[in-house]
Design a binder for this molecule. Structure first.
Ligand SMILES: Nc1ncnc2c1ncn2[C@@H]1O[C@H](COP(=O)(O)OP(=O)(O)OP(=O)(O)O)[C@@H](O)[C@H]1O
Length: 304
């Protein structure tokens, strides 16, 4: 569906994407995970055929965005990071006007709009002005709008940024359904839980480069132990404690507010920490996540 080889994007002297290889297959949910500024949006804009490629090759549905932009854009859907809805017209009219841009006949657009309102659970809000919607409703409307042309690929740039947990789950649920319907999903996110929930495969980006790729589970298996014991000591005591427990874990990370011990059995490790006479203020044993993968690969947390 999407094939990039050595793909680059420059803004003047600054290189935002420094040569990445990506291969997105039909029907999968593919993610770009990385912190702010990693180059995710720049990549998405090239894939959406709205930003020219600076180097390397890019094919979308087998076509070249440099020469086949309109054909590509007619077969993909784009849900941008910022809601770009028209605030001064109704929910229904936002979809209707957008559908007409695609040159669809009125009757067909009307039917499609009803279908999409139902799909994103906004039928009851059809006559409301957009400015009266909650953040989650606006995001669902933007998703509905991106689906008006029945796209084969849906590009979503940070689909749940700024939404509260409940609204995020509603968006995730709709995206799952789209995937079940066979739509290929490509999304960017800096939330590792979102990447784990939604993505079959993903690439981890940092500083314009791909630092790892695979399924969430395979990335965790490759770059982390199964469990992580998080220990909190008093302010400034984490470094000193790290030296005393280093041999208890496969790997130790010292973060400003806590110590992470990577180990096969977190509870057992915590017990051994106590046996050594150390008394953390708080302990937590959890399974490893993509956040741990990112930390391992870059030395930073995703939210730094
Ligand atoms: N139009 C532009 N002109 C100059 N620099 C840009 C432009 N667009 C992006 N950049 C820079 O390119 C880098 C990558 O930005 P990009 O938006 O692709 O990152 P991102 O991973 O999507 O992060 P975010 O989550 O913040 O959108 C950043 O340093 C950004 O400042």
């Amino acid at each position: 569906m999407i094939l990039a080889q050595g793909l680059r994007k420059s803004f003047g002297q600054f290189e935002a994407v420094k040569g990445i290889d990506v291969d997105v297959r039909r029907g999968e949910a593919f993610g770009f995970l990385g912190p702010n500024g990693a180059g995710k949006s720049s990549t998405m804009r090239m894939v959406a055929a709205v930003s020219p490629v600076s180097g390397g090759t890019l094919r979308i549905l087998g076509m070249d965005p440099a020469s086949d932009g309109p054909q590509i854009r007619s077969r993909i859907g784009v849900c941008p990071q910022e809601d770009t809805l028209d605030l001064e017209i109704t929910v229904r009219d936002n979809l209707f006007v957008y559908g007409r841009y695609f040159g669809l006949p009125r009757k067909e657009v009307r039917e499609r709009v009803d279908e999409l309102l139902e799909f994103v659970q906004l039928t009851e809000k059809a006559g409301s002005m957009v400015e009266d919607l909650s953040g989650g409703m606006k995001r669902r409307l933007t998703i509905a709008r991106s689906l008006i042309n029945r796209p084969e690929i849906l590009l979503l740039d940070e689909p749940t940024t700024g939404l509260d947990p409940q609204a995020r789950h509603v968006v995730w649920d709709r995206l799952f359904r789209l995937k079940q319907q066979g739509v290929t999903l490509v999304l960017t996110t800096h939330y590792m839980d979102e990447a784990e929930q939604l993505c079959d495969r993903l690439v981890v980006m940092d500083n314009g480069l791909i630092v790892a790729e695979g399924s969430p589970l395979s990335l965790i298996a490759e770059h982390s132990t199964r469990e992580v014991a998080e220990l909190r000591f008093g302010v400034g005591d984490n470094e000193a404690a790290a030296d005393k427990v280093a041999d208890l874990a496969d790997r130790v990370e010292v973060l400003p507010d806590r110590l992470l011990l990577y180990t096969a059995d977190g509870e057992e490790t915590v017990a051994k920490v106590h046996e050594r006479g150390l008394e953390p203020v708080a302990t937590l044993v959890r399974r490893a996540t993509l956040e741990d993968v990112f930390l391992r690969l870059t030395g930073r947390t995703l939210v730094d």
